[in-house]
Design a protein around this ligand. Sequence first.
Ligand code: NAD
Ligand code: MG
Length: 377
Amino acid sequence: MRGIAILGSTGSIGRQAIEVLSLHPDRFAVTALTAHGNAALLFDQVRALRPRLAALTGVEDADVPDDLSFCQFLFGPRALEEVAARAEGQDVLAAVVGVAGLKAVMAARKAGKRVLLANKETLVAGGEMVMNACPPGTLLPVDSEHSAIFQCLQGAGPNRYEKILLTASGGPFRTWDREAVKNATVAQALGHPTWSMGAKITVDSASMFNKALEIIEAKWLFDARPEQIEVVVHPQSIVHSAVQFQDGAVIAQLGSPDMKVPILYAMSYPERLTTGAKPLDLFALGQLTFEKPDTEKFPAIGMAYQALSQGGAACCVLNAANEEACFAFLRREIPFGRIPEIVAEALQRHGHLPADHFMDIDRADALARECARGMLG
Ligand code: NAD
Ligand code: MG
């Protein structure tokens, strides 16, 4: 029996994690849950799963229903770290959105927990610091591409891979012309062709900043040099990524697009348990296609490589500016085409800051956000 705390349990990943672990009640017990704003859903989840600890991080107080007195409730943003550190059991699933997860992931590691990481922004912003806190086996990827790469590397033994083939669906604007993309609406950006996800990552997929974040995430998780990571657009989202070795062999992981597979793999690793995912039917698919990304239409990809080569806190700046721009777009304050312009400007102005201490990361994050906000009007 593994005890697991779910940070961000009311989100897309959090809800799917609950769905898939509920298929295996003999294997997993939920020890803690957190949500930012959706108190009603959090209360329902606590009622059903009976953790002893829960937090509402977006409010300083709330009326907790009387029948939930078996569970201690914490409030406010700091409660995320407290839950990460204090929850019973070995595992913490980081499924909150944005860099808000960074301190909680560090707190979980300080308390000796194993981190199952969906929250990629944490690794993008604090890569070196997070990896220094995570010896082998203590940080397992949940992001589907990184789970795929991790699965492809099982059994590779002492062989280093040559290259990571990081697949991307291309998002809803893959076939649009460049000018049209700049004026895409929120509804259009939220219409992802293959995955159903939270709003921020769906917009990131449309701008391809999601792939930019994933390039940086792959660098840290798999100790890759940037030139070893190649983005391959694969609109069917069946090949979740692949790894190429020096003998010419390429190992890929395939499956229907269903986050329950990588979520449960991280939880049950190295075992594989049933997920209820739809079996892959290659005959029904007929063909799988691959193409190069259009890096002019989607400047995000080039910015990821640029930030990696700048080093220091550049990736943190890219992430923070993108978070600000993405949410401003969702609030309909800026056109879609403004997102990469804002990130480019933040990188230009603040891309050379150091990232030696936690304070440096905080400062780079704050300066990038200030720069991005200044460009909203
Ligand atoms: P979501 O918006 O659906 O859910 C986010 C969760 O985090 C919610 O429970 C919300 O209450 C909580 N939250 C929001 N802001 C918070 C804050 N400031 N502090 C604490 N908690 C906060 O997002 P999601 O789609 O589930 O994505 C979660 C993370 O997983 C993201 O980092 C995303 O990039 C990553 N991810 C998601 C998918 C997917 O299929 N949804 C796939 C791969 C990776
Ligand atoms: Mg992904």
